[in-house]
Design a protein around this ligand. Structure first.
Ligand code: HMG
Ligand code: MG
Length: 298
């Protein structure tokens, strides 16, 4: 893949919707995934197979996957927290999963009710089975630039967890600024540290935009060579276990910036802006800045 190509991992249908206060109908989720699939996006994280008591919004994970109109060339990964989630995902044909843990013990305890070591132990059989079954595995490290419970998170803790996921067999490790507190220099220092042991091509960045720093952080990471960026259409989202955290950086804003830098994404920005406008209207959410501007221009 050329160094000018940046892969966006669209997390709107999962990270974007998981915190919506009212139940989003399965049909609307499917419509969103289908419309996103028409924009040129290559990876659309579609749902999560977690406890419906923990995340009621994702209780229809099987229905979402079973009724997806898969488009050729698009990958539809799903989050799984444990072997039970993996079984559920596989039962409806998921062929790519994402495991998730955190660099902060306190966050992990709230999010997945276990400590970091235990989460890694739970992942081992999942990775083992995924390998045998040809299922691609991504790993997330949350709270990489700050934790809602612990505050500062030492870089060494992030490196340790990212390495553990990579060594366990995750083909891509996504660094999550779950509460969007990071700033560019810190984001750069973190990426530098993690990339000492994990090749840059296998790292992704996942910035929430709570403090409006996401694009600046992404810019720093692009300059350092990262080429996989997680984002959410219309900037939807937030994590239920990270109070006050807003959505991911908006996919429209990211694509606009990348285009301006002469980088390729394969995504039709106008089409993406239309999807963002539509879903923001459906959910009563604000539009992305770039998305709105693009639609006004045309
Ligand atoms: P637990 O309570 O420790 O697990 O939950 P347990 O094994 O004791 O089971 C408790 C109940 O959950 C049982 O049901 C299990 O059957 C059920 P009961 O018998 O009490 O009725 N259960 C499940 N049900 C469905 N699917 C499963 C499953 N596993 C157990 N896979 C667990 C542990 C991880 C399940 C729970 O804490 C959970 O589901 N947490 C989900 C948290 C979550 O989804 N958070 C948001 C995603 S992470 C995120 O947004 C961050 C990210 O975007 C990156 C970033 O921004 O940093 C990725
Ligand atoms: Mg997230």
């Amino acid at each position: 893949m050329s160094d000018d190509f940046v892969k966006l991992v669209e997390v709107g249908p999962r990270d974007g919707l998981q915190n919506e206060p009212y139940t989003v109908p399965t049909s609307l989720k499917l419509d969103l995934i289908d419309r996103l699939g028409a924009t040129g996006l290559q990876v659309i994280e579609s749902t999560s197979f977690v406890s419906d008591r923990a995340i009621p919004q994702m209780a229809d994970a099987e229905d979402v996957i079973a009724n997806l109109q898969r488009r050729p060339g698009i990958r539809y990964p799903a989050l799984v927290p444990n072997e039970r989630g993996y079984d559920r995902a596989r039962s409806v044909g998921v062929d790519e999963v994402a495991l998730f843990t955190a660099a902060s013990e306190a966050f992990n305890r709230h999010n997945i009710n276990c400590d970091i070591e235990e989460s890694l132990r739970r992942f081992a059989p999942v990775v083992h089975r995924a390998r045998a079954e040809g299922v691609r595995v991504r790993g997330y490290v949350s709270t990489v630039l700050g934790c809602p419970y612990q505050g500062e998170v030492p870089i060494a803790d992030v490196v340790r967890v990212a390495e553990a996921l990579f060594e366990a067999g995750c083909e891509e490790v996504s660094l999550g600024d779950t509460i969007g507190v990071g700033t560019p220099r810190k984001a750069g220092q973190l990426l530098h540290a993690v990339s000492q042991s994990i090749p840059m091509a296998q790292l992704a960045v996942h910035f929430h935009d709570t403090y409006g720093q996401a694009l600046a952080n992404i810019m720093t990471c692009l300059e350092m060579g990262v080429r996989v960026i997680d984002s959410s259409v219309a900037g939807l989202g937030g994590c239920p276990y990270a109070r006050g955290a807003t959505g991911n950086v908006a996919s429209e804003d990211v694509v606009y910036m990348l285009e301006g830098m002469g980088l390729q994404t394969g995504i039709d920005l106008q089409e993406l802006a239309r999807v963002g406008d539509w879903i923001a209207g459906e959910l009563g959410r604000p539009r992305s800045r770039a998305g709105q501007a693009v639609l006004k221009r045309h």
